[in-house]
Design a protein around this ligand. Sequence first.
Ligand code: GLN
Length: 487
Amino acid sequence: MHNATIKSLSADLAARKLSSVEVTQQFLLRIKALNQRYNCFITVDEEKSLTQARAADALRGAGHARPLTGVPVAQKDIFCAKGWLTTCGSKMLSNFVSPYDAHVVERLNAVGAVNLGKTNMDEFAMGSSSETSHFGPVKNPWDAATVPGGSSGGSAAAVAARLAPAAIGTDTGGSIRQPAALTGISGLKPTYGVVSRYGMIAFASSLDQGGPMARSAEDLALLLNVMAGFDARDSTSLERPAVDYARDLAKPVAGLRIGLPREFFAHGVAPDVEKAVGEAVGQFKRLGCETVEVSLPNMALSVPVYYVLAPAEASSNLARFDGVRYGYRAPEYGDLTDMYKKTRAQGFGGEVKRRILIGTYVLSHGYYDAYYIRAQKLRRLIAQDFIEAFRKCDVIMGPTSPTTAFRLGEKAGDPVQMYLSDIYTIAVNLAGLPGMSIPCGFDSQGLPVGLQIIGDYFAEAKMLKVAHQYQLATDWHDRAPPGIEIN
Ligand code: GLN
């Protein structure tokens, strides 16, 4: 059963072949047996999950079931969930029990989805390897000596290891897509504003976006149908008519124009990644798609632009963690200023402090124009490049990440190398566009490669169709890590 997708679990629940309590118990047993190996979950609370499962079974019994009713979904520990420890991977929030639900969590609860537990992540979502967590690194189920990517590495590894049928994550610069690529699962970052950020602990508010992580494009559509929607409590939430993201899945892709940005296939891509992505494009051609070369001339600036803007926003967002209102407070201190200093010195890890320092620097008097304003202007040019490219094509494709999973510790001491893991994903956040990653092959070590699909604003249904048609023609998304029993 643990190899089931949302789609198949949903059908079995509807046919009364299984109850939500049975499904939830099965996954909880797997987590108990295997979480130690991968460190995917920070918090598991069997009683809370089973209470939700019982309620879901009752909802179904009363005839109110929806596709996700009774389906267990793991939640990245960045989403506030009422009554659950919500740590954001930080010592700063290591004792914070949320008094309220994030909008996304409310929506999942409303349809009777079961919270299977809170997943491990890079501290405050800053990282690409899930190594900066206060709760220890997550291991990649394909090779436990490698990282699962980050920052949503716990969610990705949980889905890859079949400890959860699906999960939710967040993506500020690649944190859904890059871990999806490195663990051989599917993940989607929606258009900015489609999913409410209310109750999602803020990192860089103009870039953060929640999204689904699952084993197939079909499952992503089912999850996004629940996650997306207007929320007045997030001032950047978009008020648009509801969309059924599964509506186009069955449509053919023949005639679709795939844009291949020159800059995505330049030096720096690992040969095995380039080969797998090239073969995936070949598969789309066999399905009747055309390819066109496009160019994103300012893309090379996306990593430096991001590392001005994201830290600037983070330095402001993280000012609230002062030992007074939330979480950790230093046990011993002198006056109030000393309490702030000691709390923040002890509560935040090294990468978070680095970002706060960069952020306050680029926002400071005298540097604001030179760094922050200039980066904002470049952000506009990066977005403009995509607008130009989408005049010539329907979707853009390329690698999600320049390499497959790297070894634990390999980049931990070199922040710039770590930042470059997001070279193909960050521009999408800067432009506010939707992007996804689906598995498209393996490298010579047997580690998964991800294909990135980028769409125009609000093109999620189209992207999901493209991904689904590829998954009907291939079986990369069905492969399980070695040693993961799938029967
Ligand atoms: N790896 C990027 C960073 O460290 C992106 C993280 C994210 O998307 N949350 O900031």
